[in-house]
Design a protein around this ligand. Sequence first.
Ligand SMILES: [Ca+2]
Ligand SMILES: [Ca+2]
Length: 227
Amino acid sequence: MNMRKVIATASLAFIAQVGWAAPEEWPVSAGGTGHHFEAILVTGGITWLTAAADATDRGGYLATITSGAENEFIFDLIKSVPAFWIPDGVNAAGPWLGGFQPPGSGEPAGGWTWVTGEPWSYTRWASAEPDNLHGTEDRLHYFDKGIQSQPTWNDVPGNYLLPGYILEIPEPSSLALLATVIGAVMLRPRRSGVDLRETPTQRRKPVPELSARQMHARCLTREVADA
Ligand SMILES: [Ca+2]
Ligand SMILES: [Ca+2]
């Protein structure tokens, strides 16, 4: 068992998960992809990397969004479910999505990548996002800025404990290929000796954008050197 597998297994051992509902298909007949989506609620919160590993274990991946219609379809799964949102009185932090910045990307908007390697063509950033706050934000999640119930996105550090994630499950025939592609995408460009892994000890309390300003010193993202 390699170190990556050890870390993923250790991380998953810490979380108790509750699937919110049966996966919902985005039908081809309705202009969709035929993929299924499920909002996964995680008691105590979950980091981005642990969510990504859990999504793989469930036969899918963190949701990737390449159109406004897809963004709206996914957002409808969670927009009226308070458990998926951490409000701070001004904004609300929602679940993880499958976007990330490989190390060395231009900031704040450069290098954004979907875990599947699909084109980063559509975006729905919240106003003034991505802002790479404190220089540590490189993972994507839903962020309801101003509590306006809009399907907008934000960048945050991957070690935040957000309330869950969106699972996307493709058609069965494409699963094996996608597993290979996702592995390749998530491990590609990186600085020498550094990769995208985390350890359980890096997990921190969930903090919405404003609170993050005070929490910065304790929320710095660290990366684990290649084994
Ligand atoms: Ca960033
Ligand atoms: Ca941000």
